[in-house]
Structure formats: C-alpha cells, structure tokens
Design a protein around this ligand. Sequence first.
Ligand code: FIX
Ligand code: ZN
Length: 442
Amino acid sequence: MSIESIKSPGGGLVPTNGGPLTEEQIPLAVEDVLTTTPFVDIHTHLYPPAFGKLGLWGIDELLTYHYLEAEFFRSSAAIPKQYWLLSKREQADAIWQTLFVENTPISEATRGVIAVLQAFQLPTDRAGLAEARAFFKAQTIERHIERVLQMAGVSEVVMTNDPLDPEESAVWMKGIGNHRQFRAVLRLDRILCAWSAHWQVLASLGYEVDEPASEKSRAEVRRFLMDWSARMQPVYMAVSLPDTFEYPQETAGNRLLRDAVLPACRELRIPVALMIGVRKQVNPALRLAGDAAGRANLLVLENLCREFPDNRFLVSVLSRENQHELCVYARKFSNLMPFGCWWFMNNPSIVEEITRERIEMLGTSFIPQHSDARVLEQVIYKWNNTRRTLTRILPDTYRLLSEDGRGVTRDDIQRDITRLFRSNAESWTGLHSRGSDAPTET
Ligand code: FIX
Ligand code: ZN
C-alpha cells in the first residue's frame, strides 16, 4: 500500500505521490523537506576533538564571540584594554549582564545565544550563567558534536585550516585521523595576503623561497601546497581578500596565486574560494571584532574566471553593494559559484534579499549559505535562521511557478533543496573525494 501523504513538521498533510501540490500544501512540503534534508556547511571555523582547545564550544565561548564583543562595546562603558585583561569567564559574565540582562537580546547574534539555550532547554532569562555552565561542563565533546550537528541538521562541516598557524600545524604534523563529519580546507591568507611577513616560515621548513616570490619560490610554494594537500586532503583552498584586491596586478600575492595556488588546484581538481571585501583591523582595539567591510571592484572576477577557465572559483563577497554584480558574473562564467551570505551579510533580512535575487538570477545553481560558525553550538541557530528564511522564500517562488502554469511536486522541492544545500557543494568541491578506505576517527 503506497503512502499518499505525510504529516509535515507544521502538522499539515503533504502528498508524496508525486502529484502537483496545492498552494496550501507547498509551504508544508517546503518546511518538511528543509527539516529532513541534512545540509553541508561549506565554511566554518570549527574543529573536531583531535584539535583540542582550537575547537571552541560552550556558553563562555558563545558569549565572547566577536560579533557579541562588538555589540558589547557599544552598550557598555568597558574599555577594550580593560576587557582583554579579564578571564574568559569574566568576559562572558560582563557580556551576559550588558546584552542579555540590562538590554533586550534582539540582535541576530544575541538572539542566537538565546536560541542555543532554548535548544538545550536551558533558562534564557536568568541573571547569571550557573545552570548553563553546569550543563556544558557535563558534556563529552565527541557525543556533544554529534548531537549538535544533528540538531542543526548538518551532516558535514568544512573547516578553515591555516598551515602556517603554529598551534594548528603542530596538530596536523602529529598526524590525525580523518573525522567523518569534518573536512579540511587549505586557508592561504598568510601566503597570499602577507607573504613578506611569512615567507621565512616556509624557508625554515626547507622550502627554497624568497621575499620577491621569484619563479623558484612559486614552484616551491606549489610543492608546499601539494605536501599539505597530501596531509589534509582539502576540499578546496581559500583566501579572504581586501576590498582593494586587484587582479592582474604585479604583487607577490598575485604571482603566487597565478603560478602556485591555481595550478595546484587544477592538479588536485579542487576549487579556490575567494572571500572578497574585508577591511582588516579598522579598529585593532577590538581584535577579531575590529574588521570591517568594503565594496570591492569585482572586475577581478571577470579577469580571473576568463584567464583561468580550468579553475573553479567559489566566491563570497562581504559588501551588500557587490551582491548583484556577483550574480551577474555567475551568469557569465560557469566556473564561478557564489556561496553564502558572509559575515556582515549573515543577517536574516539581508540573507532574504540576497537569496531571492540569486534564485531569480541563478535558479538553484548557487550555494545559499554557510554558517561561518566559530563556536560549535552556533550551527544550531545559524542554520535554523537559514531554514526559517528559506521557508519564507521558497513557497513564494513555487507559487509563482504554479501561477505561471507549471505544477510543483514534492520531488521537485526535494531536488532543489538537495542541490542548493548539498550537491552543489559536493560536486564543486572535493567533498566526495575522500575514499571509504580513509581511516575515520569516530
Ligand atoms: O575570513 C573569514 O573566514 C571570516 O569569516 C572570519 O575571519 C571572521 O572573523 C568571522 O568569523 C566571520 O563570521
Ligand atoms: Zn570565516
């Protein structure tokens, strides 16, 4: 006996017999498919247990997230210098007091902490953090990671791995097993954006490099990238670039991009992610919270996509003013894949604007979102926000398609959501490449 319909999370009945859905059934089916389809999180700053303290989790880390630190300094008389002298626990207490007790937590980032507490059935309106701290203290990280990713509806997260970060590279050099839910990325900001400050690290590791990034150097950097790729099996390489980034332009960074990074990516058949538009440390006193955004000249994309047709470029832009241009360039170059609503774009009202525009201009040929989570439990609220936004956008889109004369089935919706939140990322990156014989760390 075939099941004609299923109950959606909202309680309504959704036909599963492949027939066109009614206007009432479309939102139920969308909600059901969004809830039951595990997503791939293509950009995070999360780590599996093998990386120890590099992996941030728990209430004190959630509260001292740099998004909240930026908001804290706006609503308290605290001086950054004094704040940095406090312990992590004291910093978290100060932020909770200012943003959650003395003020209403209505910003995206403060609401996020409330949503996480709610998800673990912890009180959200206490004066102190004792219960929350006791709860997180009682968790074992392996089990907690599995549970949190399940709560977020995420099957795999992609990390951000800097081979020149002394703490992180020491872990990789020790040799760690693969974790089935964490995939690596070779993050190259130090090499491509600050070569003059970092080339000597490669030299000290035995690579014959020099400051001007000569031809020999570029070959040696390529060797460095291949060595680290063998160690990490990255699913892509990545770099964040300033709003002033230009290509072509005779810089050491551009020479290394052109002659080391792009050839290595072609050889490994993986894309490079360009995250464009950051203005680093406009207020250094705020440390990580001190970065800002600027409008970039996206002519760089035209030049790179045209000059390197055999390379694939995953692109995210930080400025709202660059979003439409990015969509237009994606229509011109099939080796360009827009991904995510990055950082200051990751606010529901802006995510909605960007995603509606992308659907209208690119159909399902883009990757709508990544969490950029720095603290494990953030994936819960960041993906909940995304699912909520898509629960608003997609029914509108399908209603318009129906009105225009083509019925929508549950299978159509499943195919589209799978493509947006899984298969675009899987087919574009090396996410599929790690063979089943690779040792897994359970
Ligand atoms: O460059 C990046 O990967 C950015 O996402 C981070 O540097 C930034 O600090 C961040 O956490 C944004 O959400
Ligand atoms: Zn990031």
